[in-house]
Structures are given as C-alpha cells and as structure tokens.
Design a protein around this ligand. Structure first.
Ligand SMILES: *Cc1c(COP(=O)(O)O)cnc(C)c1O
Length: 379
C-alpha cells in the first residue's frame, strides 16, 4: 500500500491515488487490445480528477463524456476532440451546441427527438455531425438493479422495435453521418456471459442491416467490466485479457469496422482509496461502532447501491481482532460503510482505508451537511 508516515499530517478524510497502479492498469489494457480496430475510451464519469484525466489522456485513450462539463474536463486534460464521444439520455440544447462547436468525434444518441434536435442544430451550423444510435438490447447484466441499463424497462437507449425508424431518419439527413451502433448493458459485470450474449445480439443485428445494404463503420460495446471489491490486493488489475478475448471470439467484425469500448470502473477503481480517521469507538448495547470522519458524502456507493468496500485499519498494530460497525458522521442511517466488520482492535486516531474507491468515489462526493470536499493525494 502506501507509506503512512508520509501522510500522517494530511487532513482526513482524503482520497489517495496510487498512480503506479493506474499506469500498470493502462498498460494491461493496451497489451490486451493491441488491434488498431480496438479503440478504448475512458468513461470520465468514473473519476474526473484532472491529474487522473491527464494521465489517461497522455496514454492515448479516448474519452466517453456525458455532459458539457465532462467534455470541458476532457479537452482541458488533453483528450483530442475527435476522440471524445458524447453520450447521455438527456443532453441539453446548450450542451449539444457546445459539443458540435468543439468538434466531438461522435454523439451517442438515445432517442428520436434527440436525433431531430441534433439534426436541426447541425443544419443551422452547416455542419455534418457523426452519430451512433444507442440501442437498448434487453439484456440482463446480472448486476445491481440500479446499475443495470440494458433492460426493456430502463430509460436508456432506443428500443430494438424503434431502431429501424431512427436509422431511416439518419440516412435521409445530409447533416447526420450515421457511423454505428452503441450498447452499454450495465456496470460491475463480473462474468463474461452477459458480454457474450451482447456479442450474439450485435452479430444478428449487424447481419440484419447488412442484408439491407446498411453497414456500420463502428460498433461501441460500452463499458461495465467489474472489479474485485473484496480482494483489491490479490486482484489489483481486472482480467482485461479475458474481457477483450470475449469480444475477439464472439463478435464478428466486418472489414474496416472498428470496435469501441468505454471502460470506467475497471480503469480507475483499484488505484484509489478513501483514507479516514477514527473519531470515536462507541459501545452500543449490542454493537461496537467505529465512527470515522468520512461519510457517505465522500463515498456514496454503500448508501446508494448497497455496495461494500474492503475496510482496513492501516495503523493498528494489534494482533487481536474485534467486530465493529463502521459508520460515518452524516445524519442518515444509510451512512454506514460496514456491518460486523472484523478489524484489528481499533482506537481513536487510527486510520482506516476504504479500498477500491477510485471509481464513483471522489466524483460523486457532495457537500451535504455543509461538509468540505476531501482533497486528493497522489503517490
Ligand atoms: C457509465 C457508463 C460507462 C462506464 O461504465 P463502467 O461500468 O464504469 O465501465 C460506459 N458507457 C456508458 C454509456 C455509461 O453510461
């Protein structure tokens, strides 16, 4: 892990980023996807800390953005505009305007009315805009209800039944250039099975449209590769080889077709930890509580998705263990990081690490309870 002495005086809580692990993770992705047809975009929403973004941009990745703010952050970090994709179910008028003016590579469009608006704005600006249609493939990603996105009932994407209409519309508009289809079935997917199902659906669709003379330059399979939240030290880098192999083996690319990936969590989750100080160890009637100075405002995943992050006491030298509920200071019962956690005997002043907090941690922080946003520290 990291040299605790170096950070003894840093105000807590803080995010700690292991840039060497991030670097090794990016290398692993590049090594597992050497084909020039494979384009990996980083999904900025997972973590848009400027240092992290600059580092990922420098390594040659593209960026997947879901708001004007994210596009600005990507451009500032050095991602070339043509390698930026603008996705999202509710793009605002001024955001679309900004994206067209800045020459983003592609819009991933999620509805017919959005397509019409982009077309109108492209006509007004006398520009041709690249679009991909986000399809809702109705696949169960077997992940948490709140992070599955590819089912019929989800708000995301264009239903298969309505895709013909959207494609026909694009083909009639000289200011729209339809480059491909986009999919994203969910997040924290830990088996390859849902991706295999996705490949089969895509093959069938591409074949179907090809028979009508409609061919796509690019297929975008989204992100969603999961990480090992319980064993961050034994699995610091996700199995990218097996992930890319799944597509290599199961997805039929036609000649000249490129395959886009939009990985977020799997790129940045393991390089980050939230470091927090123990304020009090409180004896309840039935339980012992470790009350820490970080809360759901600094890492909301446990409260929002019932997620669990590995908790480690990084300063206790006790060889004895004790069972605690680890809770934050926020005035919400959901402000709890762990129930019945086994930790070395813990005392006031100890530092705990909430691991795997690099994705959907810092970026989702809020100032609820008028709290300060924690700072980020890099090794
Ligand atoms: C969130 C999101 C991603 C990234 O998902 P991860 O699970 O973090 O890899 C990719 N594409 C789209 C469209 C998304 O909404």
């Amino acid at each position: 892990m990291f040299d605790i002495k170096k950070f003894r005086d840093t105000p807590t809580p803080f995010y700690y980023y292991d840039m060497e692990l991030l670097s090794n993770t990016l290398d692993a992705i590049k090594k597992a996807s050497p084909e020039k047809e494979y384009c990996v975009h980083y999904a900025i929403k997972a973590n848009s800390n400027p240092m992290i973004l600059k580092f990922i941009a420098k390594n040659g990745f593209g960026a997947d953005c879901v708001s004007e703010g994210e596009i600005r952050a990507a451009i500032n970090a050095g991602f070339p505009a043509e390698k930026i994709v603008f996705a999202g179910v509710g793009k605002g008028d001024s955001e679309i305007d900004f994206a067209i003016d800045n020459g983003v590579g592609c819009f991933n469009v999620e509805s017919l009315p959005e397509l019409q608006l982009i077309n109108e704005m492209a006509i007004n600006k006398d520009k041709v805009v690249n679009v991909a249609l986000r399809v809702n493939p109705n696949i169960d990603a077997h992940t948490h209800h709140y992070i599955t996105t590819g089912l019929d009932e989800n708000k995301f994407g264009i239903a298969l039944e309505m895709l013909d209409e959207a494609i026909t519309y694009c083909l009639k508009q000289p200011n729209l250039h339809l480059i491909g289809l986009h999919f994203h079935i969910g997040s924290q997917i830990t088996t390859n099975e849902p991706f295999k199902v996705l490949c089969a659906k895509i093959n069938a669709m591409v074949e179907h449209y090809s028979a009508q003379g409609i061919n796509f330059e690019s297929i975008n399979v989204g992100g969603g590769l999961g990480i090992d939240y319980e064993n961050p030290d034994s699995n610091p880098i996700p199995d990218f080889s097996s992930y890319f192999d799944t597509f290599r083996k199961n997805l039929k690319l036609s000649k000249g077709q490129s395959l886009h990936f939009e990985l977020g969590r799997s790129v940045v989750a393991q390089c980050g930890s939230l470091i927090t100080k123990v304020l009090y160890v409180k004896e309840g009637l039935k339980k012992k509580f470790v009350i820490v100075d970080a809360g759901m405002t600094d890492l909301i995943r446990p409260a929002l998705y019932q997620a669990h992050h590995l908790i480690q006491n990084i300063t206790s030298s006790s060889s004895l263990t004790e069972t605690y509920d680890v809770v934050g200071p926020i005035c919400e019962s959901s402000d709890c990081f762990g129930v019945n956690e086994t930790l070395p005997v813990t005392s006031r002043g100890d530092l705990l690490a909430l691991r795997s907090a690099g994705a959907y941690g810092e970026i989702m922080a809020s100032q609820y309870n008028c709290r300060k946003l924690p700072q980020a520290i890099f090794n």
